[in-house]
Structure formats: structure tokens, C-alpha cells
Design a protein around this ligand. Structure first.
Ligand SMILES: Cc1cc2nc3c(=O)[nH]c(=O)nc-3n(C[C@H](O)[C@H](O)[C@H](O)COP(=O)(O)OP(=O)(O)OC[C@H]3O[C@@H](n4cnc5c(N)ncnc54)[C@H](O)[C@@H]3O)c2cc1C
Length: 245
């Protein structure tokens, strides 16, 4: 079995988000980047499925050379080899197109992604991959079991669960719960340095997205404390100031 896991390099969750002076670019200076948490879950699931020599895992990232520590982290967790498509990704379409161009003749049995990246939160790459590769794509899965060539996937839907069965290769985006997180051990960290990391040129592609402007959310107003006995003041504030009743 051969599994391809797509990984993205995202700002650490504690990052203070700022933009350049005309608000058209994310200011990455001093920002600590990490492996997207949902991609760690996808990778952990791939490791479970391949345990005992049942398969191999390739991780793929579309990004610049500066992202290589994140790729090495995925190798330390347990991927066998890695591919970096050398480019500055411009949007999900660009990323999915590059991954599909790489994967189309490699006969992977499944392609796993995270449910979304925690920076742009597009949740688009998996669906686009399915379209580009003409494969079934199942989004936001919480469970994945394999029985021979047949995969049974479970996803949460409004008011219940949906169970999907797929035969043959497929794409799935993984949510929390699909696997226990794997923490790299010293052996993994040491071996990650020598595992193969192939760097490939990107396919040329028209850029479809243009950033006009980024905006941070408006800051929250200060908290007002109301005396528990003063219900009329509370009602007045909710009605006239917060305008929620
Ligand atoms: C307006 C805009 C500007 C951008 N500018 C930059 C930039 O300057 N520099 C930069 O590095 N990136 C930039 N990006 C790219 C961004 O970091 C993402 O790689 C890309 O847009 C996909 O993000 P998403 O939220 O749509 O992915 P989603 O669809 O939410 O991601 C789902 C999954 O797809 C996979 N995936 C996502 N991105 C990648 C990737 N790059 N490689 C491999 N797998 C991936 C992961 O498994 C992820 O969990 C930009 C994106 C946008 C929309």
C-alpha cells in the first residue's frame, strides 16, 4: 500500500497576525511555523495503516525551501520519504494542481490531507485533488478502516453520521479523532535527517487569486460588569448597547 499525505506549513497558533503596511501581505517575520495540526492527524492515520510493514508513506508539500524543517518533522514522525514542489503557493487551486500533477502517475492507494489548513482555512485542497485526479474525495472524516481494497470512512453530518464505502484509490481530508497523534521519538528525529527529500520544479499555472487586502477582526469591546441585583441595567445594556434583544 502506498499513501500520499499532503502537509502544509502554517503559523504557530500563538502567532500574532500582522500584515505589511498596505495590508496585502502576511508579515511572516519572526513567525514560528509548524506542521498543520490536522495534517499531523492525517499522517498519524497513515502510520497506523502502514504499521507492521503494510505500506509506505510519502509526504508532499508545495512551498519554499524555508519550509523544510516542517517536512523533516513529518519524516521524524514516521513518513518514509518526502517531496517538496518548489514554489510560493498562491492559493488552494495552485496547491492542488501541483500535487495532482505529481500524483497522477504514481498509483497511490490513497491521498490524505488535513480537514483544512489553520492559516487560510480554505478546506478546498482535498476536493480539488479529487477533481483533478478523477478520484472520489471524502471530506472531514473522523474514522477510516481498511479491509483489503475497500475503505470504510465515517464523517459527521448535521444530526448524525454518514458512513461511506470506497473501493480503489481515493482522497480523504482528515479531522481530529481519526487517529491518535504521534510524537516523534529520538530515533525518528535522527533518521529524518537522512530520509529522502526530493525537490521538484512546479508546473507553470495561471494565478487565479489576487490579494486585495487583509483585515484583522475588529477588537472586542471592554467587558462591562453589572451588579447581579441590577437586572434593569443589564436589560437596558443588552437592548440599547449590544442590541441583541
Ligand atoms: C490569498 C492567499 C495568499 C497566499 N500567500 C501565500 C504565501 O505568500 N506563501 C505561502 O507559503 N503560502 C501562501 N498561500 C498558500 C497557503 O499557505 C496554502 O498552501 C493554500 O492556499 C492552501 O490553503 P487552504 O487554506 O486553501 O488549504 P485547505 O484546503 O484548507 O488545506 C487542506 C489540506 O490541504 C493540504 N495542503 C494545504 N496547503 C498545502 C501545501 N502548500 N502543500 C501541501 N499540502 C497542502 C493540507 O493537507 C491541508 O490540511 C496563500 C494562500 C492564499 C489563499
Amino acid at each position: 500500500m502506498r499513501i500520499l499525505v499532503c502537509i502544509s506549513n502554517v503559523p504557530d497558533t500563538t502567532t500574532k497576525i500582522t500584515f505589511n503596511s498596505d495590508n496585502t501581505e502576511f508579515n511572516s517575520s519572526g513567525v514560528q511555523f509548524i506542521l498543520n495540526p490536522y495534517d499531523e492527524v492525517a499522517l498519524s492515520k497513515a502510520i497506523d495503516l502502514c504499521e507492521g510493514g503494510k505500506g509506505t508513506i510519502t509526504v508532499i508539500h508545495v512551498g519554499e525551501a524555508s519550509t523544510e524543517p516542517t517536512i523533516r518533522k513529518a519524516l521524524a514522525i514516521g513518513a518514509d520519504d518526502a517531496v517538496r514542489i518548489d514554489a510560493t503557493p498562491s492559493d488552494a487551486y495552485f496547491v492542488a494542481y501541483q500535487i495532482a500533477a505529481y500524483a497522477k502517475d504514481k498509483n497511490f492507494d490513497m491521498i490524505l490531507t488535513g480537514r483544512e489548513s489553520i492559516d487560510y482555512n480554505g478546506a478546498q485542497v482535498a476536493a480539488m485533488l479529487g477533481e483533478f485526479l478523477d478520484l472520489p474525495s471524502i471530506s472531514i472524516i473522523k474514522k477510516l478502516d481498511l479491509n483489503g481494497n475497500k475503505a470504510t470512512l465515517s464523517r459527521e453530518i448535521e444530526g448524525g453520521k454518514e458512513i461511506v464505502e470506497v473501493e480503489g484509490p481515493f482522497v480523504a481530508s482528515c479531522a481530529e479523532g481519526v487517529a491518535e497523534w504521534k510524537i516523534p521519538n529520538m530515533r525518528g528525529i535522527m533518521s529524518a535527517r537522512t530520509k529522502p527529500l526530493e525537490v521538484l520544479a512546479a508546473q507553470s499555472l495561471e494565478t487565479l487569486s489576487v490579494v486585495e487586502k487583509f483585515e484583522t477582526p475588529t477588537p472586542r469591546g471592554a467587558v462591562k460588569m453589572v451588579d447581579a441585583a441590577n437586572v434593569s441595567q443589564l436589560v437596558d445594556l443588552l437592548h440599547n448597547e449590544a442590541k441583541v434583544i
